[in-house]
Write a protein that binds this ligand. Structure first.
Ligand code: PLP
Length: 387
């Protein structure tokens, strides 16, 4: 029999505040300038938050549109009993055409060539055409709206075309030139949407979190293409770009914690950790934290980052190891075995978010939360305890 230990006190674990996720969803929805529907983007295990749990919570709140990155994520949701539309945002091998059909999934058509391949299977797969409005990643070339319309039309008999969408690549920037580029993307997409209006496609969408926050306006250009917003990062309480202001009350739902396995005094002249990169210049008290880079704690935080213990910062000393990290607790009294450590979240009066860590690492909050690995067990709680 498999023995699983389900108490929250782990070597390294995450607490997901479900109430906060709900709050984020409601506040985001309320902030939208028009009454758009939400397609919840729960790819990459809901940005590390657990896709099945997040989908269940959202289903209870009435959400019936979901987006994921690949067929495994989509099948996993169906097998967990998630209903509604599940859009796969990227390529699935044509090998899986029967799987797409069996699980009633919606496949993105990344190109005309790909559409032709899926169509040749003679199965009425649900599909949405991606329209490339300037990102040059996937989709039909939106610059030629007539050709796009013709292609979309030509596959309607062979596939079950339920929608079209585009993706905005600088919607999170408020620089004038970027705002202008986003406007051009929106107009490019709108031209295509207008040309296929008679098809009455059910799902026509273009906004990600940032698009919904910063661009979805009252103008009639959004009447048809702004009915659905694909909400990702803001659902989880992070910012699309660090310069953005997100609606009041939206906060990160994730807290990452660990514990201390031992504390020791280290004399002057010793070194700490692999590569001996840290030399002890004054007597130090060092604590061992049971989280490492195999848990997703970025190794670039070696000798740079910190964790939080008893409401104080404990600097990381030496290199982050695979499963453990050494921190300086010389100035934090009474640290002992078993004490809780906060890596991301609230600890006493200190608060350090994935967005903050991203700033320290020169990346984005998205990458921080997606990189926390599977062995860090997720727990679902209804409030942030403050330890
Ligand atoms: C990931 C993704 C989103 C969600 O983006 P956020 O910035 O997290 O809101 C929306 N649309 C597509 C096509 C995506 O790939």
């Amino acid at each position: 029999m498999e023995v699983r230990v389900n108490q929250i006190e782990k070597r390294s674990w995450i607490e997901i505040n479900i109430s906060q996720l709900k709050e984020n969803f409601l506040r985001y929805k309320k902030s939208l300038k028009r009454n758009a529907k939400i397609m919840a983007v729960i790819k990459a295990d809901a940005y590390g938050h657990g896709d099945v749990q997040v989908a269940r919570m959202l289903s209870e709140m009435g959400v019936n549109l979901f987006a994921v990155s690949n067929i495994d994520e989509a099948v996993g949701l169906r097998e967990a009993g998630i209903r509604g539309e599940i859009l796969i945002l990227g390529y699935s091998s044509p090998t899986y055409i029967p799987t797409l059909h069996k699980y009633d999934l919606t496949q993105t058509l990344v190109s005309e060539e790909y559409a032709a391949t899926l169509a040749s299977a003679n199965m009425p797969i649900k599909c949405q055409f991606a329209i490339d409005s300037g990102m040059n990643r996937i989709g039909l070339n939106g610059k030629n709206a007539e050709a796009c319309a013709q292609i979309i039309r030509s596959y309607c008999g062979q596939l079950n075309i339920t929608g079209i969408f585009t993706h905005l690549c600088v919607a999170d920037s408020e620089l004038e030139s970027d705002v202008e580029f986003t406007r051009s993307q929106i107009l490019t997409f709108k031209r295509v949407a207008d040309l296929v209006e008679d098809l009455n496609l059910q799902y026509v969408h273009c906004c990600n979190s940032a698009g919904g926050l910063l661009h979805l306006n009252e103008g009639d250009e959004f009447d048809k293409i702004g009915q659905i917003v694909r909400l990702g990062i803001v659902l989880y309480g992070l910012k699309p770009d660090i310069t953005n202001t997100i609606p009041e009350g939206i906060k990160p739902a994730m807290t990452w914690r660990s514990v201390i396995s031992m504390v020791k005094d280290v004399p002057v002249g010793d070194t700490i950790g692999y590569g001996r990169t840290f030399r002890v210049a004054h007597p130090m008290r060092i604590a061992t934290v049971t989280t490492g880079y195999a848990d997703g704690l970025n190794r670039h935080l070696s000798n740079r980052g910190f964790v939080m213990i008893n409401g104080q910062k404990a600097p990381i000393v030496g290199r982050v190891c695979m499963d453990q990290t050494l921190v300086d607790v010389t100035n934090i009294p009474n640290v002992k075995m078993g004490d809780r450590v906060t890596i991301i979240g609230q600890n006493g009066d200190l608060y350090y978010s994935a967005d903050d860590m991203a700033q320290d690492l020169g990346t984005i909050g998205y990458e921080i939360i997606c990189n926390i690995t599977k062995r860090v067990q997720r727990f679902y709680v209804n409030s942030n305890n403050n330890l």
